[in-house]
Write a protein that binds this ligand. Structure first.
Ligand code: KIV
Ligand code: ZN
Length: 389
């Protein structure tokens, strides 16, 4: 793999689909998988086949239909899970099994009532089982974010020795600060002797709103795969949002990183996922929210109309969004009003706009947003008044 390439591992159909209300049927999952492949993701985590017969069928259909991307199935560190995951991806052009176990003290004691040594043995065993079926095995150390680094390094070294090709370091609870998560990845890079034999993957949850920042800290420290979802969907507060990490990497070229995502498809796929999963996108969501390219305050509008770069670092067309919008509210200024009148075909000079502005504010104070039809009646009334004056 080229030095700066960051693989995009999309888990919209697994971690994203776990969200209450987001469950998809097999046809919907297949359609989204094909669109994700077209978007350019490297790996599609298609589901958790042991979880239900429906999910097994859906993962198998995706495995048969997807040709370029790797198709991955999730399993626990349980032999039966791994066998079922292997059966579900067996027709994939590039199959991967994602298996693993919790490694933090809390998970080891509270979930498994076990010990570090026993968990280490189970980690090695699950990777070996999976390697009996596929060459590409990803191991996840669940709750790695709260796992002691020295123990985590021992687990990671052992699973790579057992055949893991990718090692996933999830911040399962979204607890880490970006510098802590980055240091964790750097610790593994520097302390796992065979780390060059595997790709390190970031899987960050958004409980504190830090999933994107943590994933970026991870790739800066040496990880080369990010696990993410469209619109940041996922358990609780969600996962790292695909559109955000892809655009951070694209905008900050000095990092020396890149992805193969067709960024013009980001808004179309966001809408498709939102509609299919019946999960609205918050208007102020970065990159894909309906306000992501809207300017409504007078100060911003004036700057934007003089030079769009003053208030936009991303061109809307580069992410497949509609063109930037100048929204008129009671906080808007004269430049924006003049611009919108001009777009509606009115020829008003500066003095006209000064007069019109008072009437505009009167209307704007009475509603959230002034629309074209409001402006048209303000403009026509003004023309009538000035013609008869
Ligand atoms: O958040 C997590 O730890 C997971 C694992 C199953 C990879 O989703
Ligand atoms: Zn997760």
């Amino acid at each position: 793999m080229a030095e700066g390439k960051v693989q995009i591992f999309d888990t919209t159909l697994r971690d994203g689909e776990q969200v209450p209300g987001c469950k998809l049927n097999a046809n919907e999952k297949l359609e989204l998988a094909l669109q994700l492949e077209y978007l350019g993701v490297d790996i599609i985590e298609a589901g958790f086949p042991i979880s239900s017969p429906g999910d097994f069928d859906s993962v198998s259909q995706i495995a048969k239909a997807v040709k370029k991307a790797t198709v991955c199935a999730l399993s626990r560190a349980v032999q039966k899970d791994i066998e079922v995951a292997a059966a579900a991806v067996k027709h994939a052009a590039r199959p991967r099994i994602h298996t693993g176990i919790g490694t933090s003290d809390l998970h080891i004691k509270a979930k498994f009532n076990s010990t570090q040594d026993e968990i280490l043995a189970r980690a090695i065993q699950c990777v070996k089982w999976a390697r009996n079926f596929v060459d590409d095995v990803e191991f996840y150390a669940e709750d790695a974010g709260r796992t002691d680094n020295e123990y985590l390094a021992r687990v990671i070294e052992a699973v790579i020795k057992a055949g893991a090709t990718v090692v996933n370091i999830p911040d399962t609870t979204g607890y880490c600060l970006p510098h802590q998560y980055g240091e964790k990845i750097a610790y593994l890079v520097n302390n796992v002797p065979n780390i060059d034999k595997a790709i390190i993957s970031c899987h960050c949850h958004n409980d504190l709103g830090l999933a994107t920042a943590n994933s970026i800290a991870g790739v800066i420290a040496g990880a080369r795969q990010i696990e993410c979802t469209i619109n940041g969907l996922g358990e609780r507060a969600g996962n790292t949002s695909l559109e955000e990490v892809v655009m951070v990497i694209k905008q900050h070229k000095h990092l020396g990183l890149y992805t193969d995502i067709k960024t013009q498809q980001l808004n179309p796929i966001s809408r498709l996922v939102s509609d299919t999963m019946r999960m609205p996108v918050q208007p102020n969501k970065a990159i894909v929210g309906s306000n992501a390219f809207s300017h409504s305050s007078g100060i911003h509008q004036d700057g934007f109309l003089k030079n769009a770069d003053t208030y936009e670092t991303i061109k809307p067309e580069s992410v497949g969004a509609d063109s930037s919008k100048i929204v008129l509210t009671a906080r808007s200024g004269r430049s924006a009003l003049a611009y919108r009148f001009q777009n509606l075909g009115f020829q008003f000079d500066k003095q006209d706009v000064d007069v019109l502005y008072d009437e505009f504010l009167r209307v704007a104070d009475s509603k959230k947003e002034v629309q074209d039809n409001d402006l048209t009646s303000i403009g026509k009334q003004y023309q009538k008044n000035t013609a008869t004056a």
